[in-house]
Design a protein around this ligand. Structure first.
Ligand code: GRF
Length: 213
C-alpha cells in the first residue's frame, strides 16, 4: 500500500474528493495523515471522521518560514509518505522543503497554468476576458505555482459569470482531475523523470490527459 499525506489550510473539498475516490475505487493506497497549518481548517473534521490522523502544525508557532517548514517536514516524514498532496495548502514553501519532496509532491492550482498564478485566479481570469479557464495539477518545484503539468481541466467562461460561479465550475473539475492524478501516482503510472512528466493513462480512463468533459 502506498502512503499518502495530504496538506490543507481550509475547506478541504479536494482532500475529500481524494479520500472518497481512494476508498470507492479501492486504490492501492492509504491516506495516512491530513495536516493543516491552521487549527480552524474545516477539512480536519472530515478527515478525523474518516479515522485519518488529522494534525495541526500552526505556522504561527514558528519564527521563520524555514523553521515552520522544518517542523512540518518532520511531522510529514513521521508517516513515511510515498506522496505528499497539497490540497488548498496556502503556504509558500521553502526551497529545501520542496527539494526534499522532489518528484513526490503534487499541487492543484485553480487556473490553466502558466496563466494566473498566485491568488484570486478566477478574478484574474474574468479581468483578462479569457473564454476558457480551468485547473492544473502539477508536480511542485521551487517556482511558485509552476512545475511540470500533470493534467489540466478546461471550463468555459460564460458572459454572466461572477467570481463565485466561475470558481464553482472550476472546483467541480478539480474534484475530477486531482483524484485521477493522485491515483495515477499511487498506481505507479505517474512519475517525474529528469523534470519531465511520465504518465501512463488508465485503461479505463484514457481521458486523463484530455480536458475533463
Ligand atoms: C482550490 O480551488 C484549490 O485549487 C486551491 O485552493 C482551493 C482549495 O479548496 N489551491 P479546497 O480546500 O480543496 O476545498
Amino acid at each position: 500500500m502506498r502512503r499518502i499525506v495530504i496538506l490543507i489550510s481550509g475547506r478541504g473539498s479536494n482532500m475529500e474528493a481524494i479520500i472518497r475516490a481512494a476508498k470507492n475505487e479501492k486504490w492501492p493506497a492509504q491516506i495516512v495523515a491530513v495536516i493543516s497549518n491552521r487549527a480552524d481548517a474545516s477539512g480536519l473534521d472530515y478527515a478525523a471522521a474518516q479515522g485519518i490522523s488529522a494534525i495541526v502544525v500552526p505556522h504561527k508557532d514558528y519564527p521563520t518560514r524555514e523553521a515552520f517548514d522544518a517542523a512540518l517536514q518532520e511531522r510529514i516524514d513521521a508517516f513515511s509518505p510515498d506522496v505528499v498532496v497539497l490540497a488548498g495548502f496556502m503556504r509558500v514553501l521553502t526551497t529545501p522543503f520542496v527539494a526534499h519532496y522532489a518528484g513526490r509532491m503534487l499541487n492543484i492550482h485553480p487556473s490553466l497554468l502558466p496563466s494566473f498564478t498566485g491568488l484570486a485566479t478566477h478574478r484574474q481570469a474574468l479581468a483578462a476576458g479569457v473564454k476558457v479557464h480551468g485547473a492544473t495539477v502539477h508536480f511542485v518545484t521551487a517556482d511558485l505555482d509552476h512545475g511540470p503539468v500533470v493534467v489540466q481541466a478546461v471550463v468555459p467562461v460564460l458572459a454572466d459569470d461572477s467570481e463565485a460561479t466561475l470558481a464553482a465550475r472550476v472546483l467541480e473539475q478539480e474534484h475530477v482531475i486531482y483524484p485521477r492524478a493522485v491515483r495515477a501516482f499511487v498506481e505507479g503510472r505517474l512519475s517525474l523523470v529528469d523534470g519531465a512528466v511520465h504518465l501512463i493513462p488508465d485503461q479505463v480512463e484514457p481521458s486523463l490527459q484530455a480536458p475533463a468533459q
